[in-house]
Design a protein. Structure first.
Lengths: 401, 396
């Protein structure tokens, strides 16, 4: 099937909100190339479970596309029109399984040496529509907080090496009751600027608290879900013939209820959590990876104005069989390695926050848990400075407000 | 690698991270020159190399690839130098160092290594148990120089590399390739039934790109009994020694050293793999892998110098098969993967050491990883006729 053959009936299997949106956009979709439409449908087919920020982004994209003349539209998607696709790709059920099409397209682009052209085209396209439509103002400057190094007593790794050049390194932070202070800051920001999915708390362990108005995701709380998924993965692994592509596809098709995720309470969040575990690599078995990836995805998709990422010790490296055996025996932990993982994870969290609107006003704090070391980044903090003066954690936080 | 095209759309907003990167980054070439303290490639037109003093014995080549790319950030850039003391302080002063080795092919470890081994960009499914389409370096070597099967070997980390030794090319193929030793498979066979295999488990992780992938073995890999005969190493001694090792790469180098001692192959290809644990998102384990690779490269070079069959007649090539995604590339997740195809993931380095190789020299011009095989051909005297690469003039 080609895009110009699309009809409203083609989308009969789509969820209600997705169907309504796609049908409204049919005249536009019919004019777009095959290398592009399934990528858009991949986003649209899950529209019912998209965060508000993602919906706004899709709306902006359609507004921009509708503002173009037919010639301008053709120019905007020309890099995709120029890609040579295979017959088998055309025969894929890309309407109902756009994710599978995307996987096959990726393989095809690598194999035919077109991935670089695709990549350049995608960057150009996103820059074009992002640059022409305003994103609106934020109710408060963004604030990201990373807490790293739980359970580490002595450390000789040079922490915050990538973040120090961008802010002030504090060596004498007074931090009594530190984690609760940070959660309290999150709570107050959520109260002051209530936004759906606008404030996040991601924890590698158990939550220190669960304030209202804050979206919570926890590696520990998802333990039964992860165990169910691990069992699911193990069964596929033990099959007589193992096909990694089919495995990825099956993971992508997993429904939340199959692994015990509650969809009645918050279907959007359940789908998000499912994606962390089925699309992330290492998120099923390493808490540090889970927190970093969850923070990345929360920032990319929900674009919160507050995010607290609490890294906790992950299990020690082991064979995949052992890593998947969490339900049978408590894993041995690796606090020192986890500190190094989390140090990099904090840097990536900051980078991902800086990709969002309001980056110039945004603040970021990374704190070595229960230790006097922290780095603060933001408009009120000089870059590349070092402070040995005693400072209260609360005082640092106050400077972000 | 799959499904990543959409990520190029997902996360491109403001220029800040890129500006940050530009602000903190070094000019790659200038930096590598500074850190190695090496002279420019123009030195090749200066003083004569040692080639004329080398005794006319049979030349040998050892290639070490890092299957699981390492980025400049964690190796030659300031924060990374602590991870590679052996490369920096022991090997680079003796090497010609290429700062820009570009891989324009598919960035999956088996298919990329196959591309390096054939000197042509292979396009098969990275996870398929298939031979390369183009003739391998081993087939050129054996046919053109009429060498026996025992004169070239591959020591590979993953069972997925079982078919790397010989191609499916109609003019070469079965019987003309290299023997493939898969130390992890050999260890699995050597562990006594009902034995205490807990002690070996850390050596047996196979594939980090898709950790649950257990490839079907259909190649010409050497089995335990053959290894015992070839290497004169009993299964018990092998298993016992393995217990003292920290990782699969240590096991590979242990086997490679045994090969050198017992068979003295003229062409030995070792692919290291520990670094690829980065796919699990654990930065500390990735760093551990780099440090181990660094140490093992130093050990292998020492073993070459201490072995009379190899000393002063062996050229050693060390190169990662490709890089990993940059921190700044919005479609990726930094060090974790090599999926975006950005410049950082495609660009890496290579060092060459041995007789006739100019020491302490940096070459800035870009070369491609497929240039390696024709370069080895020029050194050993075979014609890599189906390779798309070119001999690297600075080392032939």
């Amino acid at each position: 099937m080609l895009p110009n053959q699309l009809t409203a009936e083609t989308f009969s299997a789509y969820p209600p909100e997705a169907k309504r949106l796609v049908v409204a956009q049919l005249p536009l979709l019919r004019r777009l190339p095959l290398a592009f439409v399934p990528l858009l449908l991949r986003e649209l087919i899950v529209y019912d479970w998209k965060f508000p920020a993602e919906r706004r982004d899709l709306d902006r994209q359609f507004t921009w596309l509708h503002s173009l003349s037919p010639e301008q539209t053709a120019k905007a998607v020309a890099p995709f029109s120029r890609l040579t696709l295979s017959e088998s790709l055309e025969k894929t059920d890309w309407v109902n399984q756009p994710a599978i099409f995307t996987e096959q397209l990726t393989a095809h682009l690598w194999k035919t040496h077109q991935i670089d052209a695709f990549r350049a085209g995608a960057v150009e396209y996103v820059a074009a529509y992002s640059g022409t439509s305003p994103e609106g103002s934020l109710p408060a400057p963004r604030l990201g907080i990373a807490v790293i190094g739980q359970s580490v007593r002595a450390n000789d790794y040079r922490l915050f090496r990538k973040l120090r050049p961008h802010g002030v390194y504090y060596s004498k932070v007074q931090h009594e009751n530190g984690l609760n202070i940070l959660v309290d800051t999150l709570k107050k920001r959520a109260e002051a600027a209530p936004l759906p999915y606008g404030h996040w708390y991601i924890d590698g362990g158990k939550f220190a608290a669960t304030p209202d108005g804050v979206t919570h995701v926890s590696y520990a709380a998802l333990s039964p879900v992860r165990v169910a998924l691990q069992g699911f993965m193990q069964k596929i692994y033990e099959a007589s013939v193992f096909d990694p592509e089919a495995f990825r596809t099956r993971m992508a098709q997993t429904r939340p209820e199959e692994i015990g995720l509650d969809t009645a309470h918050d279907a959007v969040l359940s789908r998000f959590q499912l994606s962390l575990l089925t699309e992330g690599s290492g998120t099923q078995v390493f808490s540090t990876t889970f927190v970093q990836w969850a923070a990345r995805e929360a920032l990319r998709r929900a674009q919160p104005i507050t995010l607290l990422a609490h890294f906790t010790p992950r299990q020690r490296e082991n064979t995949m069989d052992e890593l998947l055996s969490e339900a049978r025996r408590p894993p041995e932990l690796d606090p020192q390695g986890s500190l190094i993982d989390a140090d990099m994870g904090a840097y990536y969290t900051w980078l991902n926050q800086q990709r969002l609107s309001g980056a110039d006003d945004a603040g970021f704090l990374v704190w070595f848990e229960d230790q006097p070391e922290a780095v603060a980044i933001g408009p009120r903090f000089a870059r590349g400075k070092h402070s040995d003066a005693p400072v209260e954690l609360r005082e640092l936080l106050a400077q972000f407000v | 690698m799959m499904s990543d095209v959409v990520k190029h759309f997902g996360h491109l907003r403001h220029g800040s991270p890129r500006e940050v990167a530009e602000a903190i980054s070094f000019n790659r070439r200038n930096f590598l020159r500074a850190v190695t303290g090496a002279g420019a490639a123009s030195a090749i037109f200066g003083a004569s190399p040692l080639r004329g003093f080398v005794a006319p014995r049979r030349k040998k080549v050892v290639v070490v690839t890092f299957g699981g790319g390492a980025r400049d950030d964690e190796t030659f850039m300031p924060d990374g130098q602590e991870n590679i003391p052996h490369l920096l302080e022991e090997l680079i002063p003796q090497a010609t160092f290429f700062t820009q080795v570009v891989n324009r092919g598919i960035l999956g470890h088996y298919v990329a290594t196959a591309s390096i081994v054939t000197g042509a960009y292979e396009t098969f499914n990275n996870f398929a148990s298939v031979p390369p389409d183009n003739p391998t370096v081993f087939e050129y070597f054996r046919r053109d120089l009429n060498r026996p099967a025992t004169d070239c070997w591959v020591v590979a980390p993953s069972n997925g590399f079982a078919r790397i030794g010989e191609s499916g090319h109609k003019s070469f193929g079965p019987g003309l390739g290299a023997g493939v030793l898969l130390p992890k498979r050999l260890l699995s066979a050597a562990i006594p039934a009902g034995g205490d295999d807990e002690r070996y488990r850390h050596l047996l992780n196979d594939n980090y790109e898709t950790p649950l992938f257990a490839p079907t073995l259909t190649g010409k890999q050497i089995e335990l009994g053959q290894m015992v005969d070839l290497l004169k190493l009993s299964a018990t001694d092998f298993a016992t020694h393995a217990r003292s090792l920290a990782s699969a790469d240590e096991l590979s180098v242990y086997v490679a050293k045994h090969l050198m001692t017992q068979l003295s192959p003229s062409l030995l290809w070792v692919t290291l793999h520990d670094i690829d644990v980065a796919h699990s998102g654990t930065f500390s384990l990735y760093i551990d892998g780099i440090r181990r690779c660094d140490r093992l490269c130093g050990e292998l070079w020492q073993a070459i110098q201490q072995n009379p069959e190899y000393a002063d007649q062996t050229t050693m090539f060390i190169l990662p098969d490709f890089g990993r995604d940059s921190d700044i590339e919005s479609g990726g997740n930094g060090f974790q993967h090599h999926r975006t195809g950005d410049a950082v993931s495609r660009t890496t380095w290579m060092m060459v050491l041995g007789p006739g190789i100019r020491q302490n020299v940096v070459v800035d011009r870009p070369i491609e990883s497929i240039d390696l095989v024709p370069t080895i051909g020029s050194i050993l005297g075979f014609d890599a006729r189906d390779s798309r690469g070119k001999p690297v003039a600075e080392v032939v």
